[in-house]
Design a protein around this ligand. Structure first.
Ligand code: ZN
Ligand code: ZN
Length: 262
């Protein structure tokens, strides 16, 4: 991922509050379009406003990636600016995932975890996140649905990782086929599959198991078939009928799902 500095130049005489209203609408649209990730802040200069943000790719902020809402907000912002905003790429951020550059992807999978800030749509070939603006848009013209699912998933994973009062709630949401989070995630997979024409798998988390023996016999909770064991699949278990990925209970593997997936 890349750190960028976006500088804005408000017209003289425009109230700061009025300018900021249009500004927040624009940067909100950038985030909902997957052009930035939600770690940003603004710095007030003498006659400028600097917005620093993190982007999946070097050219993420280009206008050609704007959603309908971002394009509209950008036009509005230009009317209260002396000149066009300037983008400066500060540099690549160490130890963050590179965006997928594959020309063709055999499949995608939906995956995130409590520390993840990348796109949750991952390429099955290179296992790197696919920036959302490179995917066909949902009906509302943005990616709110995917980002909303990711936010809830990250929160559930945080509850699980904290091992406190919400641990089992978070775990159930991520591991139960019938949880609201799983249902929502699988609906998104189906919708994305229709738009891309590429299979989209959903990862069903698995940390606890009754025993190693029982784990070996465990079947797909969707159709009851035997899981296909596949080393090339980052999680290990796969069901093509249900478009599910899962793993042998991680407590028996001494592994962290986030490090296995990316
Ligand atoms: Zn790829
Ligand atoms: Zn199945």
């Amino acid at each position: 991922m890349f750190a960028c500095k976006y500088s804005f130049f408000p017209k003289q005489g425009i109230e700061r509050e009025i300018f900021l209203q249009d500004f927040w609408y624009f940067v909100g649209a950038l985030s909902k379009g997957g052009q930035t990730v939600n770690e940003d802040y603004i710095i007030q200069g003498r006659s400028t406003i600097h917005y620093t943000c993190i982007c999946p790719e070097k050219d993420s902020l280009d206008a050609r990636h704007h959603t309908f809402y971002a394009a509209k907000a950008y036009k509005k912002l230009l009317k209260v600016s002396v000149r066009e905003p300037q983008i400066k790429k500060t540099g690549e951020i160490l130890e963050t995932p590179q965006a997928c550059q594959c020309k063709q992807r055999p499949y995608f999978y939906l995956f995130t975890h409590f520390m993840d800030r990348s796109s949750p749509v991952v390429c099955g070939k290179c296992r790197q996140p696919v920036p959302l603006y490179r995917l066909p848009r949902f009906e509302n013209g943005a990616y709110d649905d995917i980002l909303g699912w990711q936010e809830i998933y990250r929160n559930c994973d945080s509850l699980f990782m904290e091992s406190g009062a919400g641990e089992m709630f978070g775990y159930r949401q991520m591991s139960d086929l019938k949880s609201n989070l799983t249902i929502l995630g699988r609906e998104l997979c189906t919708s994305l599959e229709k738009r891309t024409g590429v299979p989209v798998f959903y990862y069903l988390h698995r940390y606890y198991g009754a025993s190693q023996k029982a784990e070996a016999k465990r079947r797909c909770p969707g159709c009851g078939s035997k899981w296909v064991e596949q080393e090339s699949n980052v999680f290990g278990l796969r069901c093509d009928k249900c478009k599910l990925f899962s793993t042998v209970a991680l407590e028996f593997q001494n592994a962290d799902p986030s490090s296995r997936a990316r």
